[in-house]
Write a protein that binds this ligand. Structure first.
Ligand code: NAP
Length: 287
């Protein structure tokens, strides 16, 4: 069997087109990106987000803060953005310099502007199944699963990784779609044996090529969230040999990566709708 590749690049482009059309119906919506310090990878991520935000017709409001900024000064910057009616979404690029309390900073973002879905309040809304803005990467994974036509209700989904950013919200989203969910982490015994039971396998461990062909049930849908720069180019958490076993597979690159930004833009449009800027704009949903 050769897996069908799930084209995240094409799906992300379609979602961005839809968002652009939605945004044209709204009063101006604005995405504020906050970059602290000069980490080159973070700078690239933020500049990609800003460029696609502008392309979708949203205002780009950027704050580049010095790497040695104090917690109080960083809080004050986020509070200013929180109070600004022109700002409908706020994103703080992670990771932050270690002297800053990232959780405390993120929690200054009002829930309705939390387009990364990472505040305590947004996590609570997700866990309770209440409407809210969902974390971008797991939302993108869900969209890829839908794109591949994978049935989730009743399926056994295995999620490798339990981070607040990916694994935990992924589990909640899959549960809401009535999958039977197993969570694996670094203490899981016989990871391959657990993964082999999965109809749907989502891997977000941050370990290059952790999942080999022996860990995949023939015909399963596999979503590779991991991304690693190696001497041979980019690779994910899933070994390329899995292509011969899986039924469908999201590749790296071109799978989850482009979906994360598309979902950020979708969340920003939803946040603007929530701000009541246009009664006809799409309502915030729980998905
Ligand atoms: P993270 O915070 O480091 O969490 C990794 C998780 O994987 C932890 O729960 C850890 O378990 C588990 N794990 C580590 N080694 C394992 C092993 N050998 N067996 C089973 N579980 C293991 O990472 P993250 O932020 O969730 O990101 C995961 C990967 O996704 C990274 O490669 C990251 O770059 C990528 N990512 C990509 C995007 C995108 O847009 N494409 C977005 C976000 C993240 P413990 O909890 O026990 O330590």
């Amino acid at each position: 069997m050769t897996a069908t590749l799930i084209d995240g690049k094409a799906l992300a482009a379609r979602i961005r087109e839809r968002v652009t059309a939605e945004v044209s119906l709204l009063a101006p919506s604005g995405l504020a990106t906050v970059l602290v310090g000069d980490d080159p990878a973070s700078a690239i991520y933020v500049s990609n987000k800003r460029a696609l935000c502008v392309k979708a017709g949203m205002r780009d409001i950027h704050r580049h803060l010095p790497g040695d900024i104090t917690q109080d000064a960083a809080v004050a910057e986020i509070d200013k953005l929180a109070a600004d009616p022109e700002v409908t979404g706020i994103l703080v690029q992670l990771p932050l310099p270690p002297h800053l309390d990232a959780e405390a900073l993120i929690d200054r973002i009002p829930t309705d502007k939390d387009v990364d879905g990472l505040t305590e309040a947004s996590a609570g809304r997700l866990a309770l199944g209440r409407p809210g803005l969902r974390p971008c990467t797991p939302s993108g994974v869900l969209a890829l699963l839908d794109e591949s036509g994978t049935e989730l209700a009743g399926a056994h989904a295995v999620v490798v990784g339990r981070s607040d950013l990916v694994g935990k919200p992924m589990v909640q989203l899959l549960l809401q779609r009535n999958a039977t969910v197993t969570i694996c982490h670094s203490r899981t015994r016989d990871l391959a044996a657990v993964c082999r039971q999965a109809d749907v396998l989502v891997v977000a461990a941050g370990v290059p090529r952790l999942i080999g062909a022996d860990a995949v049930k023939p015909g399963a849908t596999v979503i590779d969230v991991g991304i690693h720069r190696t001497n041979d180019g980019l690779c994910g958490d899933v070994d390329s040999a899995v292509r011969d076993v899986a039924g469908a597979l999201s590749p790296v690159p071109g799978g989850v990566g482009p979906m994360t930004i598309a979902m950020l833009l979708r969340n920003t449009a939803r946040a603007a709708a929530l701000a009541g800027r246009n009664a006809n704009s799409p309502a915030m949903t729980s998905g």
